[in-house]
Design a protein around this ligand. Structure first.
Ligand code: SAM
Length: 202
């Protein structure tokens, strides 16, 4: 059987997706208005979103990823950028943090890969402080950036747009939000903004 060729996501994140992270970081800060305290990025990859957040807010950032090798790579990017971001190797389903210790949880493009989304969301709610917000989903910052990404990705992988849409549709955000609302959080809101984001307020 012919093996499916995957594009290394580190190349994608650092070369093609590069301009989306500052735009998403601005959206996160504008929407949540959380500018200080502890921020946890889950499924951080190269920590591109964490690095963008570190440049615009006074947050103590922790970038967590399940892949040991990805964590190593993100540490290099953080060092090159002369930023202070802690990197933790771990899984969202079993977060190595105290309950009620985190002000802001962010995650882009990772929920689609979580093995146990219910367990993951319960963990995120557990670690959030009262008044804390989780901003989880996938997207490209704005319509112009989305068009640019689609154009670039099409040159590399013609089926990318369709594959990406299918991946996004695989996660039932409405069902997850309903489940989350039954866990005593203040609110769970879905925002469809050049992608899909779930905003959970504890
Ligand atoms: C598509 S990448 C997105 C990386 C980054 N957030 C970005 O937008 O560039 C998905 C990341 O989620 C991580 N991941 C997948 N399952 C995870 C889990 N259960 N817990 C933590 N990280 C996970 C992967 O290792 C990978 O780095």
């Amino acid at each position: 059987m012919k093996k499916k060729r995957e594009i290394p996501f580190i190349f994608v994140a650092e070369e093609i997706f590069r301009p989306i992270y500052p735009a998403i970081a601005r959206d996160i800060i504008r929407t949540t208005n959380i500018r200080e305290g502890v921020c946890l990025e889950i499924g951080s990859g190269t920590a591109a979103l964490s690095r963008s957040l570190a440049r615009i807010a006074n947050l103590r950032i922790v970038a967590l990823d399940a892949s040991r090798s990805v964590c190593k790579i993100s540490k290099r990017y953080i060092k090159d950028d002369k930023l202070e971001i802690a990197v933790v190797n771990g899984e969202v389903e079993n977060l190595p943090f105290d309950s009620s210790s985190i002000n802001l949880v962010v995650s882009r493009g990772s929920i689609f890969f979580w093995r146990n989304k219910v367990k993951a969301l319960l963990e995120i709610i557990r670690v959030l402080k009262s008044g804390g917000i989780a901003y989880i989903g996938g997207g490209f910052g704005n319509a112009k950036l989305k068009r640019y990404i689609e154009k670039r990705m099409k040159q590399i992988k013609p089926t990318w747009r369709v594959d990406n849409r299918k991946r996004m549709q695989k996660v039932n955000f409405d069902a997850i939000c309903s489940m989350v609302e039954n866990q005593g959080v203040k609110s769970c809101r879905i925002v469809r903004r050049t992608g899909i984001w779930m905003l959970v307020k504890k």
